[in-house]
Design a protein around this ligand. Structure first.
Ligand SMILES: C[C@@H](N)C(=O)N[C@H](C)C(=O)O
Ligand SMILES: [Zn+2]
Length: 231
């Protein structure tokens, strides 16, 4: 089992990776033959969350490849993609509060460090945006062919060590995590080691884990949101 230090990302790394400038559009990834879309933030009633899951076109295409690479009997379930900044802020605050309540002896710095294992700061900074604000991050899990969500050895968004991709979970969920990881990596995604469900393509997190000096995607807004802001 990795230590927290080995698992935790140093969120300062992005300053060494040049900003992504791709103008590739965001597209909706609705339920289709490849996957089931279950937009959890919207289903949980978060203010500003979207009823569909949106991702960059390049992410959409790679999700198709990942779905096709899964062994028979498994189906990809998309839980979260592009997020507005206010939703990212809510998720960060929520995880931070949870961590603070669980162990009141933690210092502010320790709470921040633990929070960053499970939620990124809300940022639309061009060099260091929150991964989901780039449209290059996707949260996924697996179901069986009938659509029943499978046990992955820890709940989605659980702020605990069980969420680490390499956590010592029972054999069946461990195997599912491996299938998910293999299919997503085959399609070109990288995984955030502290979350078995979080994958990236094209953003600075992907650039960091795939040892590239430049990201493809920076922060982005949906065209309809841009029009609203302008008008
Ligand atoms: C909040 C959780 N689902 C998530 O997406 N965490 C990563 C680290 C993020 O906020 O980008
Ligand atoms: Zn995520």
């Amino acid at each position: 089992m990795l230590t927290e230090k080995q698992t935790a990302l140093d969120w300062g790394v992005a300053q060494y990776i040049s900003a992504g400038t791709s103008e590739e559009p965001l597209v909706p990834a609705i339920t289709c033959e490849h996957w089931t879309a279950q937009p959890v933030d919207f289903q949980n009633g978060l203010a500003g969350a979207l009823p569909e899951i949106w991702v960059r076109k390049g992410v959409y295409d790679r999700l198709v490849r990942a779905a096709e690479a899964l062994p028979r009997g498994y189906r990809l379930v998309l839980l979260d993609g592009w997020r507005p900044k206010r939703v990212q802020q809510f998720l960060f605050d929520n995880v931070r509060r949870q961590i603070e309540l669980e162990d009141p002896s933690l210092t502010e710095a320790e709470i921040d460090r633990k929070t960053l294992l499970y939620a990124a700061r809300a940022s639309d900074d061009p060099v260091r945006p929150s991964p989901h604000i780039t449209g290059g991050a996707i949260d996924v899990t697996l179901s069986d062919e009938e659509g029943t969500i499978l046990d992955m050895g820890g709940a989605f968004d659980e702020a605990s060590e069980k969420s680490w991709t390499a956590a010592p979970v029972p054999a069946a969920p461990a195997e599912r995590r491996e299938h998910l990881l293999a299919a997503m990596q085959h399609a070109g995604f990288t995984n955030l080691p502290s979350e078995w469900w979080h994958y990236d393509y094209g953003n600075w997190l992907w650039a960091w884990y795939s040892k590239k000096s430049s990201a493809l995607y920076g922060p982005v807004e949906r065209p309809s949101d841009q029009k609203e802001a302008a008008g």
